[in-house]
Design a protein around this ligand. Structure first.
Ligand SMILES: NC(=O)C1=CN([C@@H]2O[C@H](COP(=O)(O)OP(=O)(O)OC[C@H]3O[C@@H](n4cnc5c(N)ncnc54)[C@H](O)[C@@H]3O)[C@@H](O)[C@H]2O)C=CC1
Ligand SMILES: O=C(O)[C@@H]1CCC=N1
Length: 270
């Protein structure tokens, strides 16, 4: 898809900067502007050669008519911030990545705006390996394609037709990278406790996670089958997995997803 539109990213933090940079890279004919209350940090988060221009407030955007607006502000700030962006959103498809914030509330904050979608990406968009869940009831084909062009530029994307599934996706994939980072931390700490120099333990844990992710990307077998491929009968992996899974891995992961899911519901009221 050749995209020649004007895109505006509102909130150029960790996520906004990654989306802006990825979109500008994938669609060189698009004009991409970002607005952020802390423009110095925003510029520092963008890659050095990125063509994305950063403004400090919507007042600096007079005359700019975006076709696409991405709301990448913290959910708690939407209530006070969005009024200033209403005129800029008027002719645009608006996509919010804010956790928890319901489409109905976004619509109200934007004065009844109809062309609206919710998206839940994850931080892996910064490495072009994001996973985004999309919800946009009533979007026409062109707007749906524009949503997909935004998130396909930085990874994979899947649509749902039930808004409740966006909160579930937030708990699994939005927050998910942090669960894997936590596991890498624990693997490194356990490696150091087992006698490895700490720097080497960290390198082993990190590279092992990267290797496992590469295998998941390259091999279509289910995770359970890949797990079995590492195990020798009565070998070390069986022993390690028995301790990991017997030691509460499944309830710990279920509790993490349930807690994140609950928090998404709480943020809906923020
Ligand atoms: N960090 C993550 O892994 C993910 C975050 N999200 C969602 O993305 C949104 C942003 O999260 P992050 O990028 O992590 O936060 P962040 O704090 O890095 O970015 C938010 C940015 O908004 C700016 N800002 C604050 N008020 C503003 C205003 N009135 N106008 C313009 N800019 C303003 C801040 O200066 C900051 O740079 C949140 O709603 C979060 O729920 C969604 C998926 C993953
Ligand atoms: O922690 C959060 O609320 C956001 C949403 C998903 C990832 N980060």
């Amino acid at each position: 898809m050749v995209v020649k539109n004007n895109a505006l990213i509102v909130g150029c933090g960790n996520m906004g900067a990654a989306l802006a940079a990825g979109y500008a890279r994938a669609h060189p004919d698009a004009r991409v502007l970002a607005v952020d209350a802390d423009p110095a940090r925003a510029r520092a988060l963008l890659p050095a050669a990125s063509p994305v221009a950063v403004c400090a407030s919507p007042a600096e955007l007079a005359g700019f008519r975006p076709d696409l607006v991405v709301l990448a502000l913290k959910p708690q700030l939407l209530g006070e911030a969005l009024a200033a962006y209403r005129p800029l959103c008027a002719g645009a498809l608006v996509v919010s990545i804010a956790a928890g914030s319901a489409l109905s509330r976004l619509r109200e904050l934007l004065g009844g705006h109809r062309r609206l979608a919710r998206a839940m990406p994850n931080l892996a968009v910064a490495a072009g390996a994001g996973m985004t869940t999309l919800y946009g009831p009533g979007l026409d084909a062109a707007d749906a394609a524009l949503c997909e062009a935004l998130f396909a530029a930085v990874g994979d994307a899947a649509w749902v037709d039930d808004e409740a599934q966006i909160d579930a996706a937030t708990a699994v994939a939005g927050s998910g990278p942090a669960y894997f980072f936590a596991l890498v931390e624990q693997l490194a700490a356990a490696g150091a406790a087992a006698g490895l120099p700490p720097a080497l333990a960290e390198r082993l844990a990190r590279r092992t996670c990267i290797g496992a992710a590469a295998l998941l990307a390259a091999d279509t077998r289910a995770a359970g089958a890949l797990k079995a491929a590492v195990c020798s009968p009565r070998g070390t992996t069986e022993a390690g997995l028995a301790a990991l899974e017997g030691g509460g891995l499944a309830p710990a992961v279920a509790a993490a997803v349930a807690a994140a899911h609950r928090r998404a519901h709480e943020l809906a009221a923020a």
